[in-house]
Design a protein around this ligand. Structure first.
Ligand code: ZN
Length: 299
């Protein structure tokens, strides 16, 4: 099953809904996430994609949760083209289910701050922040949008995990009344939000995102404008890692060269890049300006 995001309107209300089961499962597998970390990162990556749904395809957003809980820091980079990547500082941190039988994501995240950085074509990257409300991610993003961007919205996120620890369902929605929304439309939406079952329950059905939108817009004229595929994907590459190593300078590279093989692991996707002493020597020459790189030095 492919992950996807729907962009829709219902009168003066804008809605995005996403199914992110596959990409959350991929993050779980790549990072060997505990159930708690899977739920937290799955929610954060979904939240990032919902925020990125307003961006152009070459724009991006970074959502960072800095809490004092056992999970440590959580980061998700979401791109306007539907790609997302993310990591948790302590992927193995886990806590027992709470009294409601749910993974206590809020306790795993703890207290702290949410940071949102927008990378748009129009201006320099802009970072806004707000204090975490509950650490449950969806509430924290809703609060951020209200406090920092003056956008009254509703965000819900859900991740459901099977007993074998695989992701059974993940996704969420973002709803925002636009300036032209009428009072009737807003009160209808509020009524629908109140009686909505948990997101992950709706997502267990086929066409989960459509089902979410239908439930949210009952009694309103739902119009789905487009469907975008979503996937876990990281833009890291061997070339980028080489450029990073070159930027360390010839001395640092010489000492790495003496140690022999070096392995660089991408934080975001756990892809491994290894360099033997011969490869490091070549990079050292480039760093010293003697290589065949683009920077040829003076002649
Ligand atoms: Zn990567």
């Amino acid at each position: 099953m492919t992950d996807y995001l729907l962009r829709a309107t219902a009168g003066g209300i804008r809605l995005f809904a996403a199914v992110t089961t596959g990409l959350t499962e991929e993050a779980r597998r790549r990072h060997q996430l505990s159930p708690l970390a899977t739920a937290a990162l799955g929610r954060l990556m979904t939240g990032g994609l919902l925020l990125a749904a307003k961006l152009k395809t070459n724009e991006a957003i970074t959502v960072r949760v800095q809490g004092d809980g056992p999970l440590g820091e959580l980061v998700a980079d979401a791109y306007g083209n539907g790609m997302v990547r993310g990591y948790v500082t302590h992927p193995l941190a886990d806590l027992p289910l709470n009294e409601q039988g749910k993974l206590p994501v809020g306790a795993g995240v703890g207290q702290g701050q949410l940071f949102v950085t927008r990378f748009t074509n129009l201006k320099q990257p802009f970072t806004g922040t707000s204090p975490l409300v509950s650490g449950e991610i969806a509430e924290d993003i809703t609060e951020y949008l209200y406090i920092s961007e003056q956008t009254p919205s509703s965000v819900a996120l859900g991740v459901r995990i099977q007993t074998d620890l695989q992701v059974e369902a993940a996704g969420g929605f973002f709803v925002e009344p636009m300036p032209e929304a009428t009072d009737e439309e807003i009160s209808k939406l509020e009524e629908n939000l109140r009686k909505l079952p948990p997101v992950s329950t709706v997502l267990l059905q086929e066409e989960g995102a459509e089902k979410l939108l239908q439930a949210l817009t009952e009694g309103l004229p739902l119009k789905i404008h487009d469907r975008q595929e979503l996937q876990f994907s990281c833009p890291c590459s061997r070339e980028k890692v080489e450029a990073m190593l070159i930027s360390l300078g010839p001395e640092e590279l010489a000492s790495m060269e003496q140690e022999g093989k070096t392995e660089i692991v991408c934080h975001f996707c756990t892809e491994k890049y290894s360099f033997d002493s011969k490869a490091l020597a070549e990079l050292r020459l480039e760093a010293a300006g003697e290589g065949h790189g683009e920077d040829r030095g003076e002649d």
